[in-house]
Design a protein around this ligand. Structure first.
Ligand SMILES: *Cc1c(COP(=O)(O)O)cnc(C)c1O
Length: 233
């Protein structure tokens, strides 16, 4: 069985190879290690192999791991799961980034609840690109631009870009269309806000198509930590 360090190494190589084939610098695509359901010891193993950016989906579980690893202050913690308004305080207190902001109420609460001694929360707006009923996210460009303006006006939030989770069952062509559309929305946002620099798209199964379409951050869980066995709540 491969170790976490070996899997990280091979994921970085895959990203480098994909970038090279596209004449991009590998530094243009960041790797977010998605550690949901995995123990803090696995995160530490990845940290010791040089990984600094981690994504968590569940509020309570994430906060516990952040506390367990508080002696490693250079870890950058990204909240990437669905967020209900009664959980925003925990997220605002512990995380550095929130990738799943999809409505004003959540954004307002995160800004109000962000501790004053912390840097602003770095925010991505989640797009529901396949318009799936079951998924969170803003549904169209007009709604995106409205929410972006509102987020940008909140004092303790910094708008950095977009995140999306496309439907899992798309064929290659549909996947490419979805990622290309996301990239267009991202460019549109970049033209309005100079600090916008992050397009979070692509996971273990669709990273090549995402990078080709202009992803700046791929979110890899299984490829780094192996299969997930349990799914809390
Ligand atoms: C679980 C998850 C991932 C990672 O998925 P893998 O297929 O394990 O790479 C990425 N993004 C989000 C939002 C997730 O919930």
């Amino acid at each position: 069985m491969k170790t976490i360090a070996e899997r990280l190494q091979s994921a970085s190589e895959t990203i480098s190879d994909l970038c090279q084939a596209l004449n991009k610098s590998p530094a243009q695509v960041q790797l977010l290690a998605v550690s949901k359901t995995k123990p803090a010891a696995d995160i530490l193993a990845a940290y010791q192999a040089g990984q600094r950016r981690f994504g968590e989906n569940y509020v309570q579980e994430g906060a516990e791991k952040i506390q367990a690893l508080h002696t490693y202050p250079d870890i950058e913690w990204h909240f990437i799961g669905p967020l209900q308004s009664n959980k925003t305080r925990i997220v605002a207190t512990h995380f550095d980034w929130v990738q799943s902001v999809d409505r004003l109420k959540i954004a307002q609460r995160l800004s109000e609840q962000r501790p004053n001694d912390k840097a602003p929360l770095q925010v991505l707006i989640q797009i529901n690109i396949s318009q799936e009923q079951s998924k969170a996210g803003v549904g169209d460009e007009a709604a995106l631009l409205t929410l972006a303006e509102q987020v940008n006006a909140l004092p303790k939030l910094t708008l950095r870009g977009l995140m999306a989770i496309p439907a899992a069952d798309l064929d290659e062509q549909a996947q490419e269309q979805v990622f290309t559309h996301l990239h267009q929305l991202f460019r549109c946002l970049q033209q309005r806000y100079s600090q916008v620099d992050t397009l979070s798209m692509g996971m273990s199964g669709d990273m090549a198509a995402a990078i080709k379409a202009g992803s700046t951050m791929v979110r890899l869980g299984t490829a780094i930590f192996g299969e997930r066995v349990k799914q809390p709540n």
